[in-house]
Design a protein around this ligand. Structure first.
Ligand SMILES: Cc1cc2nc3c(=O)[nH]c(=O)nc-3n(C[C@H](O)[C@H](O)[C@H](O)COP(=O)(O)OP(=O)(O)OC[C@H]3O[C@@H](n4cnc5c(N)ncnc54)[C@H](O)[C@@H]3O)c2cc1C
Length: 465
């Protein structure tokens, strides 16, 4: 049963049952608390239905095509590679999303003991929530896990056009002939490269002066070069004047007055905005513009109110949402445990090559006044990278606090760059001395041996060699 009227109060009310809310609500219900969970769309949230999981299914298929194209010169020949989107769309529909049906997730929450309500919750104050005219009071905790939605820039003409966000791109059953992606962050680059590998004529544009603008500039260069080789158009530093749509075609007029960019579909991937409106802020006694909810290191917004996941503005990643969830659960149950810390926040752009990074970039470390030393190693020059050959673009870069001799940030871009990142994440998280990493044995021939090469480079630089 999805609606219930008997609850006028509960120990805990969770607003938004995405990654964070489903985990928090389920864990607290299992712990014996009376939990009401409210979800306006699908229990599970963005990640399983329009985010991580289906996008990585698309990428897996696109990477298979790319690997097949790498066969010539390495393993014979392929007579015909015929990309077909239908198995990808079918896999997303059937295996990932159950045709965008959350019955299983709702039952999982209810089986844990949670009381589920489908609908749009309105937060009245720090204790009370309204749903379809019914008011429910939280006796112990109000948890806000409303996530983020695609942020749409105020480009003249855009809002009246049938542009895509991640949701339409993920749910599409057929591919367009051409796609213009506005926004060259992780989502734009991942989806753009995927579609291009299926034969779509793709251009990726951004106002920033490089793709993946939050990553190390060298990472941007590797990805831009790969995109160029794969025939993906890249337009950076682009100012957009207006957008038009007619005759099944988008025309994006640029501020430089050049020819408009023309494509059948337009994907807006210009970041995410927290699902928090002014009324919610006022209800919680907060001021300022709608945006992420301010939280402390236990994810408390104010007395009796917690926020977790994307809406807390500490990183729009599923791993942050689940990390937050465990902290919130412990805090509400009064259990001991570490508070949130973000010095080793990992992130992966699942382009090919994958861009894994953790902690600070070199420029962030310098801005923080850290005495920075760096070491890097090109993947292609390592034994494994050389053996790998086709598709071996990448590098490992270490950003080191030279005074403390610890790694404060790192990038691993290359084949399995996201997996190689694990060792670097441990090092940054646990503040492992570089001298300890220097004395380790690194299995041969692996991609992660590049860490040892990068340390050698760092030491050579430090010793002036
Ligand atoms: C294309 C794409 C690819 C991604 N890939 C990755 C990846 O590879 N790795 C990774 O770590 N992250 C990835 N992410 C990010 C990841 O999906 C999010 O970080 C994650 O879903 C955040 O979980 P959440 O619980 O904070 O929010 P959400 O998953 O957004 O859940 C919030 C829920 O709250 C509900 N809600 C909102 N307001 C209300 C209300 N007033 N009343 C009731 N319900 C409400 C929403 O309907 C939603 O279901 C990707 C995102 C996108 C868009």
């Amino acid at each position: 049963m999805e609606r219930m009227s008997q609850h006028t109060s509960a120990d805990v009310i969770v607003v938004g049952l995405g990654v964070a809310g489903e985990s928090i609500g389920g864990q607290l219900a299992k712990a014996g608390l009376d939990v009401v969970g409210i979800e306006s769309e699908l229990v599970g949230g963005e990640c399983p239905y329009w985010g991580c999981i289906p996008s990585k299914m698309m990428i897996r298929a696109a990477n298979l095509l790319a690997e097949a194209r790498r066969i010539p010169g390495m393993a014979g020949s392929v007579s015909d590679i015929s990309p077909d989107w239908s198995p990808v769309a079918e896999r997303i529909r059937k295996e990932a999303t159950d045709t965008w049906d959350d019955t299983v997730a709702v039952e999982r929450f209810q089986d844990a003991g949670g009381h589920f309500i489908r609908g749009q919750a309105k937060i009245l104050d720090t204790k009370r929530v309204e749903i379809d005219g019914q008011v429910i009071e939280a006796r112990k905790a109000l948890v806000i896990t409303t996530g983020t939605a695609a942020s749409i820039p105020p480009i003249p003409g855009l809002k009246d056009t049938p542009y895509w966000t991640n949701r339409e791109a993920i749910a599409t059953e057929t591919l367009p002939k051409s796609l213009l992606v506005i926004g060259a962050g992780a989502i734009g680059c991942e989806i753009g490269q995927t579609f291009a590998r299926f034969g779509v004529d793709v251009t990726i544009a951004d106002a920033a002066d490089r793709v993946l603008p939050l990553e190390e500039p060298d990472s941007s260069k590797v990805i831009a070069d790969v995109f160029e080789k794969e025939g993906i158009g890249v337009r950076v530093g682009l100012g957009i004047e207006r957008v038009e749509h007619s005759d099944n075609e988008f025309r994006v007029f640029t501020k430089d007055g050049g020819d408009p960019l023309v494509a059948e579909k337009l994907l807006i991937a210009t970041g995410r905005r927290a699902r928090v409106d002014e009324q919610t802020l006022t209800s919680l006694g907060l001021s300022g513009k709608p945006g992420p909810l301010p939280v402390d290191d236990r994810l408390r917004v104010t007395d009796g109110v917690w926020a977790a996941g994307d809406v807390a503005g500490k990183g729009a990643f599923t791993h942050v949402a689940t990390y937050h969830a465990d902290i919130v659960v412990r805090d509400i149950l009064g259990q001991p445990g570490p508070a949130a810390q973000y010095h080793a926040l990992p992130r992966v752009s699942f382009t090919d090559p994958e861009v894994g990074s953790v902690g600070l970039t070199e420029s962030q470390a310098r801005e923080q006044g850290i005495s920075v030393a760096t070491g890097s190693a090109q993947t292609a020059s390592s034994s494994r990278g050389w053996i790998h050959k086709a598709g071996n673009e990448g590098f490992i870069k270490l950003v080191v606090d030279a005074d403390q001799d610890i790694i404060v940030g790192a990038t691993s871009i290359g084949p399995c760059g996201g997996e190689v990142l694990s060792a670097l994440s441990v090092a940054v998280h646990a503040r492992v001395p570089v001298s300890t990493l220097e004395s380790m044995i690194y299995a041969y021939p692996t991609f992660h041996r590049g860490i040892q090469d990068a340390i050698r480079h760092l030491r050579a630089d430090q010793n002036g060699k």
